[in-house]
Ligand binder design. Structure first.
Ligand SMILES: Cc1cc2nc3c(=O)[nH]c(=O)nc-3n(C[C@H](O)[C@H](O)[C@H](O)COP(=O)(O)O)c2cc1C
Length: 344
């Protein structure tokens, strides 16, 4: 745990470093993906998929919050808007060992809009402020908000400032900003991640306007060069799709952004280090495909990577498929010589 000094020198936020984060992604940033990510970077802050307060309160709480301590630092993302329920779930986050609790104000799906969850809440800053305030009261964990720069009908700079100011007045110090609006009428969630144009300058302007707040930028970031550029103007970067499709990118994060050694020296080493976890999950009754689908990107862009993916895709779903499928798939990719590993 470290405190982050703000530009004006004040200590404004405790909790994990948010200099480099992997975004919350439903069905993608599962515990299995996160375990792999952690074998590649010790310092990257990982986020869970969104879990709704309703699911946590009325469903199988243990199952929704299940994670391995090896995944820390780890933030739990909540979807909800009822202050009492958010407070209850923030408490659960702390009891279960998470390092941060984050509120989703960015998801544009119809399903969640009907329940006042996600991006539609950008139109209800008072409700978000009330929820955040209740969460802060209920937990000693840092409470953060992930949001868009607007929604259709409320997309002016003043609307965004009103949102930030009300939520900051409720005690939130960290805002993770997906640098595009969400169009709630007419676009699918997938289209809402690509079609509204990215406006990074709005996020930079937020940091200039509110230097005391921690502002993390998200949306369309793919390379370390882009990250460095954003880090000149904001406090942290959050990558989603690129970190999922090309997880080996994470192997460079500790050296590049934290001056730290990477935990794995090669893709082969990282995957082998995951074997005991895969075996214990199989013993628990988890199907191999639930884990192996998150490994498909590991050899992205490397000779033999296609054969690795094909072997897993053709075999992991078979009844009784076990670790041997992963081991055989790994043999399809030539292991770099020790001397070449440093450059890989
Ligand atoms: C498959 C998928 C699922 C997502 N699920 C969530 C989610 O549960 N909560 C959330 O705040 N954002 C979710 N997002 C949005 C991402 O967190 C991120 O804001 C978005 O993908 C933009 O970042 P990127 O361009 O780096 O991917 C999801 C994105 C994808 C691709």
């Amino acid at each position: 745990m470290s405190a982050t000094p703000s530009l004006d020198g004040a200590i404004h936020n405790s909790g994990p470093s948010r200099r480099f984060c992997v975004a919350p992604m439903m069905d993608w940033t599962t515990s299995h993906y996160r375990y792999l990510a952690r074998l590649l970077s010790r310092n990257t802050l990982l986020y869970t998929e969104m879990v709704t307060t309703g699911a946590l309160i009325h469903g199988d709480t243990e199952r929704f919050l299940r994670h391995d301590p090896a995944e820390y630092p780890l933030a739990l993302q909540l979807g909800g808007s009822n202050a009492g329920e958010l407070a209850h779930c923030a408490k659960l986050a702390e009891q279960f060992g998470f390092n941060e609790v984050n509120l989703n104000v960015g998801c544009p799906s119809d399903r969640v809009q009907n329940n006042m969850i996600g991006a539609c809440l950008m139109g209800h800053p008072d409700k978000v402020a009330e929820g955040v305030s209740a969460m802060i009261e209920a937990t000693s964990l840092p409470v953060t908000v992930k949001h868009r720069i607007g929604i259709d009908g409320r997309e002016s700079w003043d609307d965004l400032c009103e949102f930030i100011e009300k939520v900051a007045a409720a005690g939130c110090r960290t805002f993770i900003v997906h640098a595009r609006i969400a169009i709630l009428e007419g676009l699918s969630p997938k289209e809402n991640r690509d079609i509204p144009p990215l406006k990074y300058d709005w996020v930079y302007r937020l940091k200039e306007t509110y230097p005391e707040l921690e502002i993390i930028i998200n949306g369309g970031i793919k390379t370390f060069d882009e990250c460095h550029e954003h880090l000149e103007r904001t406090d942290g970067v959050m990558l989603g799709r690129e970190a999922y499709h090309n997880p080996w990118l994470l192997a460079g994060v500790d050296a590049e952004f934290f001056g730290d050694a990477a935990p794995s020296r090669s893709r082969h080493e990282a995957l082998r280090a995951m074997y005991p976890f895969i075996e214990s999950e199989l013993e628990r009754g988890v199907f191999l495909t639930h884990m192996s689908r998150h490994l498909l990107g590991l050899f992205h862009g490397v000779p033999g990577g296609r054969q690795f993916r094909r072997y897993i895709s053709e075999n992991a779903h078979k009844p009784g498929a076990g670790l041997e499928v992963i081991q055989t798939a790994l043999e399809k990719v030539r292991e770099p010589e020790r001397s070449a590993i440093a450059e890989a």
